[in-house]
Design a protein around this ligand. Structure first.
Ligand SMILES: [Fe+2]
Ligand SMILES: [Fe+2]
Length: 385
């Protein structure tokens, strides 16, 4: 049997890795392929904020889960320490003494193979399957192939692939700019976002596409209106329009749930509710939407709190909190008295607009004989200073 060995950091595993694995399987006639995430790559430091080896293993399993004849192995993770390829090959050779091992690598790795720990033993234990990753590297590859064959008896097989012009480093950089989603398996992307590996931020179109089906269809025009208004207000008041959009997309995520369901969510998230909240789904939806935004979409604290306080406000609101709270109140689908005045004020005096909006809330609650949440009174008091 021919067993392909495909090692790497997989930080994160991306489409290029998948394409390379598929090509190698076909081109080299592999019976099976072992994908092996390194515990600690010997040749490079993992970047700060990188997932743990176990988390990279989990993502790699997701990325290769449906590729026939492929298995993701924890052989290097369970060995611990630096992941020297020669030690992995020795272990695999002991496990499969009758089989032929084919070690896959890109051109960059192949060209510096002589620097690898015990490279002579690597060449004795495995055939090398070398990808032509970039155009123009063929001559260098052929030269190294001849040299290794003459000096160490290396057996090299080339894999002609269309170059896939992306590296994990580039993917990580794109993810911090809300880009690069198409370069990852959807399940891997979801994992990266929910845990915010690499400082990743979600693509806003992806966020809309996964959250809109979770909401009451009748609420979607309001959420979209809130997002546009929040982006305009954010630009006017000097905070990130993209953060404001992210908060607005998620601000009413759990609004469709009734009181019993809201309370159940609070229990699941271990959130304590005060007396007033405990009998108001209107108040609880901000709290539960914030918890879901944090848990499912990995939102950072400033976005979570903008969602958390979009209904009641609070003393000492940040500009982002004010923007989202006000956008919710004045977005284009809203209709109520005083709206024209608040909309105008929102772009000239943010605090005055919010004060007027909260005063309107107080009057509306009084007319209906409902109590005001203390956080709203504190917000109002604070805004009057
Ligand atoms: Fe809301
Ligand atoms: Fe809303």
């Amino acid at each position: 049997m021919r067993i392909g060995i495909y090692g790497g950091s997989f930080d994160p595993p991306h489409r290029g890795h998948r394409i390379a694995a598929e090509k190698a399987k076909d081109a080299l006639g592999l019976d099976c392929l072992l994908v092996i995430p390194a515990n600690q790559p010997p040749h490079k430091q993992l970047t700060a904020g990188s997932p743990s080896p176990e988390e990279r293993l989990e993502m790699t399993r997701l990325a290769f889960r449906d590729l026939p004849g492929t298995e993701v192995s924890d052989i290097e993770l369970s060995r611990g320490g630096r992941s020297y390829t020669v030690e992995t090959l020795e272990r695999l050779h002991a496990m499969y003494p009758e089989d032929e091992l084919v070690l896959l690598m890109g051109t960059d790795m192949f060209l510096c193979l002589e620097k690898w720990f015990r490279f002579g033993d690597i060449l004795r234990l495995a055939v090398i399957g070398a990808f032509s990753r970039n155009p123009g590297e063929d001559a260098d590859l052929a030269k190294m192939e001849r040299h290794l064959a003459e000096t160490c008896g290396a057996r090299v097989e080339r894999i002609e692939t269309d170059p896939f012009p992306v590296s994990s480093t580039q993917v990580r950089a794109l993810l911090t700019r809300r880009m690069g989603r198409e370069l990852l398996d959807p399940a891997v992307y979801e994992t990266v976002i929910s845990r915010r590996y690499y400082g990743a931020k979600p693509s806003l179109s992806w966020l809309r596409s996964v959250t809109e089906p979770l909401q009451d269809p009748a609420r979607i025009p309001h959420v979209r209106g809130c997002e546009e208004e929040a982006a305009r207000l954010a630009e006017r008041w000097g905070v990130s329009a993209e953060d404001a959009r992210e908060a607005a997309i998620l601000h009413d995520l759990t609004k469709k749930y009734d009181l019993a369901e809201q309370l159940k969510l609070c229990r699941e998230y271990g959130m304590i509710t005060d007396t007033l909240e405990s009998c108001s789904s209107m108040l609880l939806h901000s709290k539960t939407s914030a918890a879901e935004a944090e848990k499912r979409f990995g939102c950072p604290a400033e976005i979570v709190s903008a969602i958390r306080f979009h209904t009641t406000g609070r003393a000492g609101m940040t500009t982002l909190e004010k923007v989202v709270c006000l956008a919710d109140a004045i977005e284009p689908t809203r209709t109520y008295a005083d709206l024209t005045e608040i909309r105008k004020l929102a772009y000239t005096d943010l605090d005055a607009a919010l004060r007027m909006s909260f005063e309107g809330t107080l009057q509306s609650l009084a007319r209906r004989g409902l109590d005001v949440h203390p956080a709203t009174l504190q917000a109002l008091e604070d805004l009057k200073k």
